[in-house]
Write a protein that binds this ligand. Structure first.
Ligand code: SF4
Length: 735
């Protein structure tokens, strides 16, 4: 290998929604190093601890221990999986899916995919489920991540479209961060904010968080609210602004609707009431309202603290109302900017890869949209019945309504709430297909069929980051072992499934052959899902966006090559993508006006009570990513926290007679886990914080029955269907 030339490949970091560009230097099959891409607008060369160690997580030595290298299969549930070849694995899977669809109908199968797949992967999965099989049972771990931000944007601004960009971090003179520890979750964007603060005298930073996170520690004003009381706080801030005449009435009158109902709804939301509910001083609420309204450019940044809640949509709606009322939107340095958790949660929404969506932001409940997609795909009809969302899918699997589930690039046995129920669902399923690059996720243990997929550094496609910027993902080294690209696995399966369904004579509007003459693009071959390259898929996806709010008909792989990453929309003829939305004050609603929607305060799903008196919050550590398939392979990523430890306020730690390294049992209404506790000044009294990165694979081996999410509740927001992973009532006892 040393004789081979050194090659540089530009791609993106696979971790968070900042979407940093990286340059990978390789020699032969070996990565020499990974550096920040100095030309990428998301990071201008900077990387955080996770991105800068990508090379160390992709060595032959590491991969030899954790990667899936060949298909595995078991025909009987009581057998162990055994190595097989691709044809056998896919033939078996196609036959089983066809049998279940023929016997029980298309909704007897489901796909649970991932915000870490590339847009092209997402597109073909969605087309397979909705276009070929005829089920909307396709959802994604983005449901756990951004769906409340989506429903908040759609409810108020008319489209799932963050209006801001990363340059706004440096242009705002007031930044309002709610429910986000950016310092850990979006480190490179956070550094940009730090630099902006240093350069701008008088800059104001307000942070809303129950904890004194590293982000909150930097704030000029930290509103240390009780968990789940954000709507009360935001409503009270708007109440204060109204009382003091700090509203931008010209913008309200010209560009919004629903303001009168908002005024009525907010009448009772005094700062005094909010102070008592939120547990923060009344004066601080007034100060926050003053700074927010009276700064010249206010930018909000928010993430899972708002989204992962049964009131997630309301929290987003109430925060966006602050921007609409003060005119802090559609301008440089101003606007409601939801930070995407995963690297491509937004790309998945663009292609409609969720149980409630269709491609290019089309809606299942809009007959015209359903007809457009059916025509585009050349199928007679698309089901307009919403499919099972993430939590619902595993409920239906447990109940036997869904018989087979296909999990790709995610780990529901670890990351879904009430994970023991998820484990039962996977055990009950007739067939579990897992498509993953790694053997280590807890979900792999339930697989009847394991399909090894390529991962970062090996695959091609595109992703979209938090600021709507589409970047190319490029392969720098060959596929590991026999693994295949995710899109290719789907296509290979789809062609077999189509044949099996035809053999079984499944009565299907999708399979009458009409699609063969009506492929929307000049694709090779004549099967429903047939692409000769990943670029073919991008081009087909691009056509679905024509005339839509996210129109990217001006984009191509060639344009991304020559002009670099671009923000959508970028319609045909535009020289570049759109940096900021709504600068003209026109919104993609029926009237062209943004909407005020009054959201009354509702408490969390599980209030603390005498039996479960502690409020449990779950979250991210600085150096780990999700279930740790990749970050868990590197010892230095454990220097911050070596194992899961529950953090309690020092006074509570003492009250429980705990000493350093004491063990505690943490019991919720669903499960009990046992782990070490530590005293931590950053945690509020009667609250507890637990990192999300350790799942059943850790606890099963060492300390008990299940992972962190055995404790959390599957109660979810009625609009976004996002579960309340940020709050569960628990009891904590010394053991
Ligand atoms: Fe990767 Fe996010 Fe870190 Fe950038 S900030 S290097 S995208 S993990």
């Amino acid at each position: 290998e040393l004789l081979q030339p050194i090659q540089s490949t530009k791609t993106t970091c696979p971790y968070c929604g900042v979407g940093c560009g990286v340059v990978v230097r390789t020699q032969g099959k070996k990565i020499i190093d990974v550096k920040g891409d100095e030309t990428h607008p998301a990071n201008w060369g900077k990387l955080c601890s996770k991105g800068s160690k990508l090379a160390e997580t992709a060595t032959e030595n590491v991969y030899g221990q954790v990667r899936a290298s060949q298909p595995l299969l078991r025909i009987q549930r009581d057998q162990a999986v055994a190595p097989t070849d691709w044809n056998t694995a896919l033939d078996f899977t196609a036959k089983e899916f066809a049998r279940l669809i023929a016997t029980y109908g298309p909704d007897s199968v489901g796909f649970y995919i991932s915000g870490q797949l590339l847009t092209e992967d997402y597109y073909v999965f969605n087309k397979l489920a909705k276009g070929l099989i005829g089920t909307n049972n396709i959802d994604t771990n983005s449901r756990l991540c951004m769906s409340s931000a989506v429903s908040g944007y759609k409810r108020t601004l008319g489209a799932d479209a963050p209006p801001c960009n990363y340059d706004d971090l440096a242009l705002a003179d007031c930044v309002f961060i709610a429910g986000s520890n950016m310092a850990y979750a979006h480190p490179v964007a956070y550094r940009r904010l730090e630099a902006a603060r240093a350069a701008m005298p008088g800059h104001k930073l307000i942070v809303v968080d129950p904890r004194v996170t590293d982000t909150a520690a930097m704030a000029d004003l930290h509103l240390k609210i009780q968990p789940g009381t954000d709507v009360m706080l935001f409503n009270a801030m708007l109440h204060v602004m109204m009382q003091n005449g700090w509203l931008d009435m010209a913008t309200i009158n010209k560009h919004t609707e629903g303001f009168e109902a908002m005024v009525k709804g907010l009448a009772d939301y005094t700062p005094r009431l909010a102070a008592s509910v939120c547990g923060v001083p009344e004066a601080d609420i007034v100060t926050a309202a003053t700074w927010f309204a009276q700064s010249s450019r206010t930018l909000s940044l928010y993430c899972q603290g708002l989204n992962q809640a049964t009131t997630g949509t309301d929290k987003n709606t109430a925060l966006i109302a602050l921007h609409l009322a003060t005119g802090h939107i559609g301008r440089e340095g101003a606007g409601p900017f939801s930070m995407t958790g995963q690297p491509n949660a937004m790309g998945g929404r663009e292609v409609g890869g969720l149980a409630t969506l269709l491609p290019a932001h089309r809606e299942l409940n809009n007959p015209a949209h359903v007809a457009e997609v059916a025509a585009f795909w050349g199928v007679k009809q698309i089901s307009s019945t919403p499919g099972a969302s993430a939590v619902e899918m595993f409920d239906q699997l447990e109940q036997g309504k869904i018989k087979a589930v296909w999990v790709a690039c995610t780990n529901p046995a670890h990351s879904l709430p009430n994970s023991q129920k998820v484990a039962r669902a996977l055990q009950n399923a007739e067939l579990v297909v897992v498509q993953d690059a790694y053997l280590t996720p807890a979900t792999v243990h339930y697989a009847d069929v394991l399909l090894p997929a390529t991962t970062w550094g090996e695959k091609e496609g595109t992703v979209t980051n938090s600021e709507r910027r589409i970047s190319r993902v490029r392969a720098a080294m060959p596929a590991y072992g026999e693994s295949k690209n995710d899109w290719q696995i789907v296509v290979d399966f789809a062609q077999r499934l189509e044949q099996e369904l035809l053999k079984l004579g499944v009565e299907s509007s999708r399979l009458d052959g009409s699609h063969r003459d009506s492929q929307p693009t000049a694709l090779a071959g004549n099967a429903f899902l047939h692409y000769s390259s990943v670029e073919d898929i991008f081009n087909e996806h691009r056509e679905t966006t024509r005339g839509r709010d996210l129109d990217i008909t001006g984009l191509s792989y060639a344009v991304l090559e020559t002009k670099g990453p671009q923000q959508w929309p970028m319609p045909e003829g535009e020289p570049q993508g759109k940096a900021r939305l709504y600068e003209d004050g026109v919104y993609p609603t029926a009237t062209g006006r943004a909407k005020f929607v009054f959201a009354p305060y509702e408490p969390v799903a599980e209030e603390a009570d005498a039996r479960f008196p502690w409020r449990l919050n779950t979250g991210r550590l600085r150096d780990q990513w999700h279930g740790g398939s990749r970050t868990g392979t590197l010892a230095e990523f454990f220097s911050h926290e070596a194992e899961p430890v529950i953090s309690l306020h020092p006074a509570d730690f003492k009250r429980l007679s705990l000493t350093p390294n004491s063990w505690v049992s943490v019991k919720s209404r669903r499960a009990t886990i046992t782990l070490r506790a530590k005293a931590d000044e950053s945690v509020a009294r009667n609250q507890a914080v637990l990192p999300m990165h350790w799942g059943p694979e850790f606890f099963g081996g060492k300390a008990g029955v299940a992972g962190v999410n055995a404790l959390t509740t599957e109660a979810f927001d009625p609009y976004s269907k996002q579960p309340e992973l940020k709050h569960a009532a628990v009891n904590i006892q010394r053991v």
